[in-house]
Design a protein around this ligand. Structure first.
Ligand code: PEP
Length: 252
């Protein structure tokens, strides 16, 4: 059975000290709880080792927000999948729309990143989603299909089964504008159907597909109630333990 997951994406927020404080607070908030979903926090690279060392790994998974498309070597400023894994992190967000838009990450580059993440035992949280003009032109299905096919559909079924997907309409990220529950369900069902066409029903049924884009405690329950929405990738609302906990509680 696929998992319900609430994953935070801290983006480029929090100094090391602030990040450690937030991770500690979340750890304490969840100490006496049994969340009905997997909880993951994805942090900047510099926080990973400290955060992975302090959270209760049975309750909170830790992930990076990116990794390099090269294994190792003369790539100044880059951080490899092996380095991420060596911190104790288990996950890595790949293909976030901000990486695609601001850092030129193409389907081919992301294909390499996914391969390296998997080879180093990391679980990719792979993001897909259309921009506003594509939504307005009714092209959202085409866009997400080409993002999936371009970076993931060459994987073996075994490797694809290790991936978590996050559908994040770019027009909803950080804008306060959320996809309606109906819009989310419709495209999540489409995504699952394309996985079924490529890898069969069992793999499709077992793939967790998260929704991302201005998700907060007040709308999470309605979004997560959809049969094909298996949780959320949370940006802004993951920066305060109480807000993030409110979203985790949507599964109670
Ligand atoms: C994100 O960037 O992954 C995201 C979903 O951001 P926000 O929740 O702030 O819209």
């Amino acid at each position: 059975m696929r998992k319900n997951i609430v994953a935070g994406n801290w983006k480029m927020n929090k100094t090391l000290q602030e990040g450690i404080a937030l991770a500690k607070e979340l750890n304490e908030v969840l100490a006496n709880e049994k969340p009905n979903c997997d909880v993951i926090i994805c942090t900047p690279f510099i926080h990973l080792a400290s955060v992975a060392g302090l959270v209760d790994a049975a309750k909170i998974g830790v992930g990076a927000e990116n990794c390099a498309d090269k294994e190792s070597g003369a790539y100044t400023g880059e951080v490899s999948a092996a380095m991420v894994a060596s911190t104790g992190a288990k996950y890595v967000i790949l293909g976030h729309s901000e990486r695609r838009a601001y850092y030129g990450e193409t389907a081919e580059i992301l294909k390499e990143k996914v391969k390296l993440a998997l080879a180093n035992g990391l679980t990719p949280i792979f993001c897909i989603g259309e921009v506003l003009e594509e939504r307005e032109a009714g092209k959202q299905n085409e866009v997400v299909y080409s993002q999936l096919a371009g970076s993931l559909y060459d994987l073996s079924a075994e490797d694809f089964s290790k991936i978590i997907l996050a559908y994040e309409p770019v027009w909803a990220i950080g804008t306060g504008k959320t996809a309606t529950a109906e819009q989310a369900q419709e495209i999540h069902a489409y995504i699952r159907k394309t996985i079924e066409d490529r890898y069969g029903k069992e793999v499709a049924e077992n793939t967790s597909i998260l929704y991302g884009g201005s998700c907060k405690a007040s709308n999470a329950k309605e979004l997560f109630a959809n049969p094909d929405v298996d949780g959320g990738l949370i940006g802004g609302a993951s920066l305060k333990a109480a807000d993030f906990k409110g979203i985790i509680d949507a599964f109670n």
